[in-house]
Design a protein around this ligand. Sequence first.
Ligand code: NAI
Length: 340
Amino acid sequence: MARVRATRPQPATLIPGDGIGPEVIAAAVLAIEAAGGRIVWDVQKAGKASFDESGTPIPDSLIRSIRRTRVGLKGPLETQVGRVGYRSVNVALRKTFDLYANVRPIRTLPGVRSAFSGVDLIVVRENTEDVYSGIEHQIAPGVVEAVKVITARASRRIARYAFELARRERRRRVTAIHKANIMKLSDGLFLACARQVGKLHRRIKYDELIVDNACMQLVLRPQEFDFLLLVNLYGDIVSDLCSGLVGGLGLVPGANVGDRCAIFEAVHGTAPDIAGKGVANPLAAIFSGIMLLRHVGQTAPANRLERAAHRLLAERRVLTPDLGGKATTKKMTERLIALL
Ligand code: NAI
């Protein structure tokens, strides 16, 4: 393994999560350490694991830890569908720490069999409002209302973040995705803010697409897209669609970023169908760890780990079943570490 330039160890909160979370997060921790990442992890429970133990899905110790470290690596958390149980811990964490930008890089990876090649796009989604504001009530028996909240403040803030990131990443085109033909006021306000901010970035082309048309074009010609900017709900759905363009959920990382804190996590969920079987693909968690390393300035171990992950995928020898192989999470992680 190459020698590592000494950097100050970075404290970070580690949330193993539910389902396959502990399996893939353990793999990410091993890989980060083997690549020379210098992180001091503060392990914290959240979600079901914490609810079963202490009756709360977001314990105070977790909040204190993130306030202190200001950076976290998180496994997926289980949220029950429908009326039963607590509200989404992911949404609550994003609100508590005002993690207003959700960033998902979607790239074709070497050796991965997927419907397309040459896909390289970044999806930025507003993370704090829209229909995820959680304002839902029954107004009469059989009639339920869910409120879609869009503010100029949050829309301008996410647009500024997106264009700034696009500039840093040398992107040429930002496409805002909306349904302002129907939601004229709410998505209309989002678009007005994006246009305003876009005018300040003359070198980046700005355009707009209605979300249904955008989905159709993404599955026909994803290579033509560069950078997508979306409100919360469309962003959630379209970014999973984009994961499918490059080989599936086991490969795509993400970041929830605010002005003070950032929490990195794979796009995938707890995968109850394979949890506990030791066959989850650890790469989405490992790529999220790479984003964390870059965020805290540890670029050398991040680059080393990324190169090894690309070699692992390209050689197609030791892969988990979602990628067409037969290997376990453990074997794939060991091979990755051997390639460092
Ligand atoms: P999911 O992402 O857990 O699973 C969808 C499919 O992808 C399953 O077939 C699963 O086996 C597969 N898959 C996901 N990750 C994989 C990996 N690393 N390796 C190999 N295969 C993988 O989505 P689903 O089933 O909709 O959600 C399950 C639970 O996860 C729900 O409780 C949901 O609320 C939660 N969830 C949590 C998220 C988070 O904490 N950030 C994000 C998405 C869902």
